[in-house]
Design a protein around this ligand. Structure first.
Ligand SMILES: CC(C)(COP(=O)(O)OP(=O)(O)OC[C@H]1O[C@@H](n2cnc3c(N)ncnc32)[C@H](O)[C@@H]1OP(=O)(O)O)[C@@H](O)C(=O)NCCC(=O)NCCS
Length: 394
């Protein structure tokens, strides 16, 4: 083995693996665009339904198309009874991300167009997944609590219906709108780990449900989508604003990370974090309790200061930092934060899977097959001598 190894596992940072027409992250300037539109503008003026249409179709819908898309989503919300039965048989301690990752291929088995690999059929599969993943997450939360799942409400928006299926009562209109904005903000983010996983699986010609199941596995990790739930864990642990500084100093001093801070691409504040901070404040105003926002801000400030002191650089909040207190105030259980991320990100994943399958941004579809250097045991071209087990010495 060579004495010094060139480090190749740099997490593919800066390596461009494909072209995409779906979104772009300008990490230096803190700008995120979906299909050319600034996410800040979409959060201000659009809805999750419209953004999903945009991501999937590369253009904004007409009023008629948007209404058609909305109606189709409503019609596809129910999940098969067998899937609910499966969930009833699962241990109530099962993590909602694991349940979701198990349910998605089951939903595929009920999709009559599962193996139909036309663009049109994949658009239908995308729509079904957008509709049914929300229902699945809400149903699992009810089932594990010994409650009956709530039937989707055809009159409610995607965002309002999700909160309704979770809690049993329709949310205030302000809360529904704020949750809708959260869904818009989480819908897409170029070649992050889960999207890359989805595209990599799609490049093998696996179907959409298999690709989404892979993405769900990638999203579950704490360095990716799992960070929002870890942020809430931290808030519950730190508890008081005056504990923020010592807690952060101890954490960073031991080489630990403050979840929800830092980003692989942004070198300034994540624009989504800015919007979520605002939502946190308005929810706190309506709640009449600013505890969670204030605590989040205190930890953010302490992390920036301590990071500068220790590493001499800047660190900023990412999308997961404020979404934790926002979701908590909306009454969403902590371990559903990452599944809620998935309920939104499915739109982006599906758009990427379609782009990958139909080579919408490149001349032809291509199987991902990276290379590696072998640095293990090597006995020359003859290979190592195989010694039968009975002759092996310890
Ligand atoms: C997202 C993340 C994995 C990006 O990591 P990255 O690409 O290595 O980021 P950088 O290259 O900018 O890191 C530079 C330095 O800051 C440190 N750093 C990055 N994020 C940090 C955090 N949240 N807390 C403490 N230190 C952090 C890194 O360890 C690295 O230190 P080093 O140079 O001594 O090794 C990282 O910021 C992180 O783990 N954040 C917390 C998890 C999280 O919120 N994930 C959701 C992302 S949307």
């Amino acid at each position: 083995m060579p004495e010094t190894l060139e480090v190749k596992n740099i997490g593919l940072r800066g390596v461009k693996v494909a072209d995409t027409r779906i979104s772009d992250v300008n990490g230096e300037k803190g700008i995120l665009i979906y299909r050319g539109f600034d996410v800040v503008e979409l959060a201000r003026s659009s809805t999750f339904g419209e953004v999903s249409f945009l991501l999937l179709n590369d253009r904004l819908p007409t009023r008629q198309e948007l209404e058609g898309f909305r109606k189709e989503l409503v019609l596809e919300r129910a999940v098969p009874g067998v899937v609910l039965e499966f969930m009833r048989m699962m241990p109530t301690s099962a993590h909602p991300m694991d349940i979701l990752q198990a349910v998605v291929p089951m939903l595929g088995s009920f999709d009559l167009q599962l193996h139909e690999e036309t663009k049109e059929a994949n658009h239908k599969k995308a729509l079904r997944l957008i509709a049914k993943m929300a229902t699945t997450v809400a149903a699992w939360d009810r089932i594990r609590k010994g409650l009956e799942p709530i039937h989707p409400h055809p009159e409610l928006s995607h965002a309002a219906n999700f909160l309704y299926m979770l809690t049993g009562s329709p949310p205030q209109s302000e809360t529904a709108r704020e949750f809708d904005i959260c869904l818009i903000l989480h819908a897409e983010h170029s070649f992050n780990a889960s999207t890359f996983a989805a595209r990599e699986v799609a490049s093998t010609h696996a179907h959409m449900y298999a690709s989404v199941a892979a993405a769900l596995g990638a999203l579950s990790g704490e360095l990716h989508g799992g960070a929002n739930s870890e942020v809430m864990k931290m808030l519950l642990e730190v508890k008081e604003v005056d504990q923020a500084n010592p807690w952060v100093a101890k954490r960073l001093g031991k080489g630990g990370k403050v979840m929800g801070m830092g980003h692989a691409v942004y070198r300034t504040e994540d624009p989504r974090a800015t919007i979520l901070r605002g939502i946190c404040e308005s929810l706190a105003d309506r709640w009449g309790d600013s505890r969670w926002c204030e605590l989040t801000k205190a930890i953010e400030y302490a992390t920036k200061e301590e990071f500068k002191r220790l590493k001499g650089g800047e660190i900023h909040a990412n999308v997961d930092f404020y979404s934790a207190s926002v979701y908590h105030m909306m009454g969403i259980p902590r371990d559903l934060f990452t599944p809620v991320f998935a309920v939104s990100r499915i739109s982006g994943w599906a758009a990427h899977i379609i782009e990958e399958k139909f080579a919408e941004a490149q001349p032809k579809p291509e199987l991902y097959r990276p290379d590696s250097d072998y640095v293990g045991t090597y006995c020359g071209l003859e290979a190592c001598e195989y010694v039968p087990v009975e002759r092996r010495t310890p």
